[in-house]
Design a binder for this molecule. Structure first.
Ligand code: HAM
Length: 424
């Protein structure tokens, strides 16, 4: 019986890990440049947390969660996203206050039982940020700028930003009422899911991807028509800030996003280089979630980037002449490969290997008892810069052979010079 990877999950192999590491490093660097601090939360949480935050009638919660009872019968869920866990952890550990901002970032796997397709997996990775404590529109601008700068730094071209405001507690009921009025006489023609959404959460009708439903959704009322004065002013200031920062955006009045916690600003970064799953980043403001989950009345805003989608673009991209996706250290190869012939040489070689590693010289040796030329081939495969050959003859002479793997030129070194030679 051969086991294979589960549907919707992927092994990320050593030959592609370089792109991942570069993307992760770029995200971390920029998050820290903007003064965000890393947080790591557990992979599973109480199911209730996601019900209360994302919303029980959303697709994520009603259809896509990996939920299971633990051995004591508690209902647990593999995190489908990281905003709710970060809010939970921040409240629990008193990281939030009304008088200060708290800026957190994360990278890690998320789990959603979706139909797998290009850019959509059941285990996928997000890099995201959350900023708590201020509802200033400039925070929204900063968050969007950061998302944009990550795209730029990774050399992604063809990115677009869609932005909207979904209003707040005050004006949302008005919007929902306008949606109900509009869909009232159309809902019979729409899919069964939309029928349910009409009953329980009309806003979610706008998430439906059915072509027949889309026909009606396209003409649905825009949230901008029902925004209260405070939300309108907030949105105008966000737009003003984006303009002042030279960010290109498109107002998309149907961008309500598939999670219930959003208030006011919602946005997505879209790539033209991807197919149907074209959002590389999604986020928005959620000013009431902290309080709903038992914290104080603390506003918040954030986004998450889908790393698989970024990896796809970076891999498919032809970089400008002379630029290559840089290699990681391990892809560049090791400095030294120790070739040993015979048992005694192996012992000496192993001792030198340990010393080399302690001295910070990346190195390896053969453990398969191969002959000289097979060991040299192995050194080549490991992209070793040098090999050190130790055989009976070399032990007798107390001089080992140091071979430059590229030029094949060889010099002799005495045992206690080996490490120094590399340090020079
Ligand atoms: P989201 O839009 O559900 O938002 O996910 C953010 C990004 O994760 C998407 O734009 C997409 O790139 C990626 N993504 C989502 N599902 C999948 C999947 N099945 N396979 C591959 N990539 C996927 C959130 O998760 C919010 N927590 C974002 C946020 C943070 N809002 C405020 N703060």
């Amino acid at each position: 019986m051969k086991y294979t990877v589960q549907r919707g999950t992927k092994d990320i192999l050593p030959n592609e890990i370089g792109v991942w590491q570069i993307i992760e490093k770029t995200c971390r660097k920029l998050f820290e440049l903007y003064n965000y601090k890393e947080i790591r939360t557990p992979i599973f949480e109480a199911t209730e947390l996601f019900f209360r935050s994302i919303g029980s009638t959303t697709d994520i919660v009603s259809k896509e969660m990996y939920t299971f009872p633990d051995r004591k019968g508690r209902s647990l869920t593999l995190r489908p996203e990281e905003t709710a866990p970060v809010v939970r952890a921040s409240i629990q550990n008193n990281l939030l206050s009304k008088n200060n901002t708290t800026k957190l970032y994360y990278l890690g796997p998320m789990f959603r039982y979706e139909r797998p397709q290009a850019g959509r997996q059941r285990q996928f990775h997000q890099a995201g940020i959350e900023v708590f404590g201020s509802d200033d529109p400039l925070v929204d601008v900063e968050v969007i700028l950061l998302a944009e700068q990550i795209g730029n730094r990774l050399g992604l071209s063809d990115l677009g930003i869609d932005i909207n405001s979904v209003g707040d507690k005050q004006c949302r009921p008005e919007y929902i009422k306008s949606l109900k009025d509009y869909f009232k006489d159309k809902i019979k023609e729409m899919c069964g899911e939309c029928g349910k959404r009409f009953e329980f959460n009309p806003l979610r009708i706008l998430d439906c991807k059915e072509p027949n439903c889309q026909k009606y959704i396209e003409k649905a009322p825009a949230s901008s028509q029902t925004l209260c004065l405070d939300c309108k002013i907030h949105f105008e200031k966000v737009i003003e800030g984006l303009k002042a920062s030279g960010i290109k955006y498109k107002i998309n009045n149907r961008l309500v996003r598939g999670l219930d916690y959003y208030t006011r600003t919602t946005f997505e970064v879209i790539s033209k280089q991807l197919g149907a799953q074209n959002a590389v980043c999604g986020g928005g403001r959620y000013d009431t979630l902290v309080e709903e989950l038992g914290g104080g009345p603390i506003p918040a805003m954030g986004f998450a980037i889908g790393l698989e989608r970024i990896v796809e673009i970076v891999k498919s991209q032809t970089l400008p002449a002379g630029r290559q996706v840089p290699m990681t250290k391990s892809q560049q190869g090791i400095k030294l490969y120790i070739v040993t012939l015979g048992e005694e040489a192996q012992k000496i070689g192993f001792d030198l290997l340990t010393k080399a590693r302690k001295a910070g010289i990346s190195s390896d040796m053969d453990y398969l008892g191969k002959g000289l030329s097979a060991q040299l081939k192995a050194a080549d495969r490991q992209k070793a810069k040098y090999s050190l050959i130790i055989g009976e003859e070399e032990i007798k002479k107390n001089k080992y052979i140091l071979r430059d793997m590229k030029s094949a030129s060889q010099t002799e070194v005495s045992p206690d010079e080996v490490i120094q030679t590399f340090q020079k």
